[in-house]
Design a protein around this ligand. Structure first.
Ligand SMILES: NC(=O)c1ccc[n+]([C@@H]2O[C@H](COP(=O)([O-])OP(=O)(O)OC[C@H]3O[C@@H](n4cnc5c(N)ncnc54)[C@H](O)[C@@H]3O)[C@@H](O)[C@H]2O)c1
Length: 307
């Protein structure tokens, strides 16, 4: 697994260890941390390797989960050239490895391939509405190019590929300062700081709890060979950002005020997955509602921030 020390990766490592797999977790700790996987280090079936996926990796494995890539705007915009390299060179290197080993490979793609969508909700047949030269492009276009590479390796080299288009996911072990909206709101509320809403808060998002997401990813990897995706994995229940802020504040308590700030460039107005394909092909749908997911996430941040 590349990117295994990140938010999603650490949960996926846990899950696969429970399923009895041996895991080689390769990560350069750019946005992930050793702490995310420290509790797994004593397990003889778990191995941690410091590795940057923009360089080739020579190992022996049966399956590859390619998750390496900073996922939050703060992290991926800090070094945009490296972000594109991670997506594109990383995909080339891992696809090369999969080709040599004849291993099945799964790509953690993203709803960002749809850009600022003009179609709502987004289904997998929609080609997207993406700015190729904006500040989000290093991530969006990097992920789009990675998808292209996956499908070309599939057509040209008969590789077994799986492409998951992941929508906003939240849960314990999100980075506290990476600017993602759920963690931002929770951390601000716990610290008693103002809760910052970018724009008027009327833009909507849908939020998937980490356990649901991991179940979808594992089902995709284990799905029949012919099914490549891309498949949307996310929670279609839609909330305005303002509603999310109010819910978090109500659950955390405290006296934080909601403060509006200008919307960043190319921020999508709406994002909601059409998960029909995931239902039909994987028998998957999300089960955790926002309230219970937030409870677990708030409990995690309370503990880690000592609040
Ligand atoms: N969390 C979400 O809501 C979400 C949504 C859509 C897609 N995704 C995708 O899922 C994957 C995991 O996201 P996450 O939320 O866990 O983010 P994250 O930043 O917590 O994890 C990414 C991991 O990749 C590692 N990494 C970054 N560049 C690397 C490189 N060059 N070589 C090796 N490792 C590298 C980081 O250190 C980190 O551990 C990413 O590919 C992301 O694009 C996540």
């Amino acid at each position: 697994m590349t990117g295994g020390a990140g938010f999603l990766g650490s949960h996926l490592c846990e899950r696969l260890l429970k399923d009895g797999c041996d895991i080689l977790c390769a990560d350069n700790f750019y946005s992930g941390t050793k702490e995310n996987v420290t509790h797994l280090l004593g397990n003889p079936q778990f191995e941690l390797l410091r590795h940057d996926v923009t360089f080739p990796l020579y190992v022996e494995v049966d399956q590859i989960y390619n998750l390496a890539c900073p996922a939050s705007p703060i992290h991926y915009q800090r070094d945009p050239v490296q972000t594109t390299k991670t997506s594109v060179h990383g995909a080339i290197n891992m696809l090369g490895l999969a080709k040599r080993l004849k291993a099945r490979i799964l790509q953690a793609s993203t709803s960002e391939v749809y850009g600022d969508p003009v179609l709502h909700p987004q289904h997998e047949g929609y080609w997207g509405h993406v700015n190729p030269i904006g500040i989000r492009s290093c991530y969006d276009e990097g992920k789009r190019c990675a998808e292209t590479l996956f499908f070309d390796y599939h057509r040209q080299h008969k590789l077994e590929i799986k492409v998951a288009r992941i929508f906003n996911t939240y849960g314990p072990r999100m980075h506290p300062n990476d600017g993602r909206v759920v963690s931002n709101f929770i951390v601000q509320a716990l610290r008693g700081e103002d809760i910052t809403i970018y724009g008027d808060g009327a833009q909507t998002r849908s939020f998937c709890y980490i356990d649901d997401l991991i179940e979808g990813i594992v089902r995709l990897m284990e799905s029949p060979k012919e099914f490549t995706g891309p498949v949307n994995i996310g929670n279609p229940q839609e909330f305005t950002i303002k509603k999310l802020a109010e819910t978090v504040l109500e659950m955390v308590g405290g006296t934080s005020a909601l403060v509006l700030k200008p919307l960043p460039e190319d921020d999508p107005r709406q994002r909601q997955p059409d998960i029909t394909v995931a239902g039909e092909k994987l028998g998957w749908e999300p089960r955790v509602d926002l309230q219970s997911g937030l409870e677990k996430t708030i409990a995690y941040f309370r503990k880690s921030l000592g609040r």
